[in-house]
Design a protein around this ligand. Structure first.
Ligand SMILES: [Zn+2]
Length: 300
């Protein structure tokens, strides 16, 4: 029997990454990757065109069994429409994204079942199918970068909630009243993500770049900035552990490359955890990194 071939697409604000993934071995495998700049207009028409031409290049005339797109924003409960994509034009609001992808593909003769899912959720699905969480039914993923993305798999299923919005772990209320870009306040993301960390570092005359700053650990001024980042993430992890009792917590995203960050978050989270939970968090760094979103998108 031929291996199933699927395409996973990660629609980012700057880069559109697509992968042809084969299923048949013990784990899915990326056979080919196609990267292009996201059209600068970010218009529906230009992006649909870019997705269809990437799919055409990757499939190269062969049949595709499914295509899924990781979308940067909130989707409606039945995963057909976008509710709001924060960094994309308003024409995307309430758009039938699934229908638009299907017709863009059909215009190039590609007929395959299509799915869409929030990008942070795709990341979790990808860790479940090809990463740290293979065979694990209860886990949470965080991507620490410009923002804090989160995806939750509970009892083997992606947790989506009543309105499709579950798993917004970057917006856990941790401390203080600092306004968050989402419209709320006191959220994890404002303190733990790279943007907030950089802003606090720059205000003290320290490097803006997170990896540089992390390498300065031990310097009192740098520690003051980084302790806030780690503390906010530790509170987030503790809250999520109390709510969901995951077997593992996976941390990915650009900031996860800082050596020792998982251990720092783990030891701080212990202070916030209730006694029966104290030794439980198995916090791991993602090994497949940004490929997780591609594996997840292909497997929606
Ligand atoms: Zn928020």
């Amino acid at each position: 029997m031929m291996n199933a071939m699927k395409i996973g697409v990660d629609l980012g604000g700057h880069t559109l990454t697509s992968a042809l993934i084969s299923y048949g071995g013990p784990k899915p495998r990326i056979e080919k990757i196609d990267k292009s700049d996201t059209p600068r207009s970010r218009s529906v028409k230009d992006i649909m065109e870019a997705i269809a031409s990437a799919a055409e290049r990757l499939s190269d005339g062969h049949e595709i069994d499914a295509l899924g797109v990781a979308v940067p924003g909130m989707l409606n409960a039945d995963r057909r429409r976008a509710l709001r994509l924060p960094n994309f034009p308003v024409e995307w609001d309430d758009l039938d994204v699934l229908g638009a992808i299907e017709s863009a593909l059909a215009s190039r003769g590609i007929r395959a079942p299509v799915g869409i899912e929030n990008d942070a959720n795709c990341y979790a699905l990808g860790e479940g199918s090809a990463g740290e969480a293979v065979g694990i039914s209860d886990f949470v993923t965080f991507t620490m970068g410009t923002g804090i993305g989160c995806g939750i798999v509970n009892g083997g299923k992606l947790l989506t909630g009543a309105h499709g919005m579950a798993g917004e772990g970057g917006h856990v209320v941790v401390r203080g009243d600092a306004p968050c870009g989402c419209g709320g306040k006191g959220h994890s993301e404002t303190l733990a993500a790279a943007d907030g960390t950089s802003a606090r570092a720059v205000a003290k005359g320290l490097p803006e770049d997170f990896e540089k700053l992390w390498r300065m650990r031990g310097d009192p001024a740098a520690d003051e900035v980084l302790d806030v980042t780690i503390d906010a993430m530790a509170r987030t992890v503790a809250t999520v552990c109390h709510l969901l009792d995951p077997e593992i917590v996976i941390i990915g995203g650009g900031m996860s490359k800082a050596e020792g960050i998982a251990d720092a978050i783990k030891s701080k989270s212990t202070e916030y955890l209730s006694r029966p939970f104290k030794n439980l968090p198995d916090i791991r760094i993602s090994r497949i990194g940004s490929d997780a979103a591609l594996y997840g998108a292909a497997n929606i």
